[in-house]
Design a protein around this ligand. Structure first.
Ligand code: NAD
Length: 480
């Protein structure tokens, strides 16, 4: 799969003059391709093409036409399903089953959901009467929604196609044009998406794709561009801060999905087996490289020892897991494993790089790791690691559990495990997080609001929440 920029309805040729960087297979560290690095002129050309499409063919589409176009994109992804799975597995090293059952189906679902949601939006109108007003004293107010314009979409490497399409689909549905920049680590499914969109026959410039790095490169060229009308970003909180500083120059609106340090709160009355299995999933799926993954576990003291022992045993059993995305990220995660020990942690499971005796030893793997014994203020308990690791601590009261769960600069997601319905209702809304799962993890309905509080994000995505961000309500008042 050769990554390429897609600008104004055409793939730009990768000729010998193109600046490129290597694409690395995280499974064994080998170089598997070259990715073009977009120069500022390429980003400018993409933004220009998006503006022209907004003023032209895409801007003139009706909601019905856009809905049909989104369904055609979903059809084209479906028709290339295996190629998408291959590309996602090759870029990320994630287990094939994960890509085939979550990433690619969800990308298709994102386009279908917004194709249909276009019709589900309530519009408002008000009949207004103003006594004493000169004229009829009567008016009709109604609201129309206009697209924001040219939208920059910047996405991360952990769920490359899923998170890219989670923004591209509603942005297009609302009538915007898009310039997307996927992570430099995972350019392949974004390139296939451009092929699918091209095959679906969208007008030239409605969707544009540029590849490259973030800081002082394609990402920053795009988010600081004066002709970009909105920025939708998923990635690290520190990157969000940097983008916001640039966006401030042009007062560009932002939608941010950022980092997390998600808590699991497990009460003594919980189905402990379900809580252990749920935490195995929430801590170790995709080797912990999902923003919603659990990194802090709090267990009511009477079941603490039992839980630690069960989770530790399950973590040691895991063998079929994927690598970290890059050598740099592997090194970061391992540095947290070392820091945890320096901070006084007991390593219950894992704690180092594994040895497989095959080509994976050249790749970027770390062991699923369970830690205990750290104080709440330890860096390992407070900072996002974004790897397959969780720290378990005991608590004594419901009040303390809520306090510990909320003692974080992040607030993306949480899980609560209890059989007590009243407690579930009491505790869930008190946790500082955009999503609280009770007795489950990562069950998603695309119509529900998705996002974080505190340093975990600004705004909500999902359902009509995304359509609200990607459009501007305009009030029309007619004297009748
Ligand atoms: P990252 O912030 O390093 O990069 C994300 C994207 O931003 C990449 O495309 C990158 O090239 C670009 N970028 C980097 N610096 C930039 C700049 N100065 N200007 C413009 N663009 C720039 O994040 P990552 O390492 O790719 O992803 C992991 C992070 O993403 C974790 O913190 C994780 O929690 C977070 N995440 C959050 C969610 C969510 O929904 N809240 C989902 C997935 C991942």
């Amino acid at each position: 799969m050769q990554a390429a920029h897609y600008v104004g309805g055409a793939f730009l040729p990768n000729d010998p003059a193109t600046t490129t960087f290597p694409l690395v297979d995280p499974v064994d560290g080998s170089t598997v391709g070259q990715v073009p690095e977009a120069a500022r002129e390429t980003v400018d050309a993409a933004v220009r093409a998006a503006r022209e499409a907004l003023d032209g063919a895409w801007g003139a589409t009706s909601p019905e036409e856009r809905s049909a176009a989104l369904h055609r994109i979903a059809d084209e992804i479906q028709a290339r399903f295996d190629a998408f799975v291959d590309a996602e597995v090759s870029d990320t090293g994630k287990p094939r089953e994960l890509a085939a059952t979550v990433d690619i189906p969800r990308a298709i679902g994102n386009f279908r959901a917004y194709a249909d949601l276009l019709y589900g939006r309530p519009e408002q109108s008000y009949s207004t009467s103003v006594p004493g007003w000169s004229g009829s004293g009567q008016a009709l107010n109604y609201t129309v929604r206009r697209p924001l314009g040219v939208v920059a979409v910047i996405s991360p490497w952990n769920l490359p196609l899923l998170l890219l399409t989670w923004k591209v689909a509603p942005a297009l549905a609302a009538g915007n044009t898009v310039v997307a920049k996927p992570s430099e680590e995972t350019p392949s499914t974004a390139t296939l998406l451009a092929e699918a969109i091209d095959a679906a026959g969208l007008p030239a410039g409605a969707f544009n794709l540029v590849h490259g790095h973030g800081t002082n490169a394609a990402g920053a060229f795009l988010t600081s561009h004066p002709d970009v009308d909105a920025i939708a970003f998923t990635g690290e909180s520190a990157t969000g801060s940097a983008i916001m500083r640039e966006a401030a120059n042009h007062l560009t609106p932002v939608s941010f999905e950022l980092g997390g340090k998600n808590a699991a709160v497990i009460f003594a009355d919980a189905d402990l087996e379900a809580a252990v299995e749920g935490t195995v999933r929430s801590a170790f799926t995709h080797s912990g490289q999902i923003c919603l993954c659990t990194e802090r576990v709090y267990v009511e003291r009477s079941r603490y020892e039992e839980f630690v022992s069960l989770l530790g045993a399950r973590a040691r059993e895991l063998t079929d897991y994927g690598p970290m995305i890059s050598a740099a990220h592997r090194d970061k995660v391992l540095s947290y494993y070392r820091l945890a020990v320096e901070e006084g942690a007991t390593v219950v499971a894992g704690g180092k790089a594994p040895h497989f005796g095959d080509r994976r030893d050249e790749g970027f793997y770390v062991e699923p790791t369970v830690l205990t014994g750290l104080p709440q203020h330890a860096r390992t308990v407070q900072e996002e690691v974004f790897g397959p690791v969780c720290h378990i601590a005991p608590f004594d009261t419901e009040e303390e559990a809520v306090r510990l769960a909320n003692d974080s600069r992040y607030g993306l997601a949480a899980t609560v495990w209890t059989r007590d319905l009243s407690r579930a209702h009491r505790v869930a809304p008190r946790i500082d997080a955009g999503i609280v799962w009770v007795n489950c993890w990562n069950l998603r309905d695309l119509r529900t609001p998705f996002g974080g509080v505190k340093d975990s994000g600004i705004g909500r995505e999902g359902g009509t929440y995304s359509l609200d961000f990607f459009s501007e309500p305009v009030n029309v008042c007619i004297q009748v």
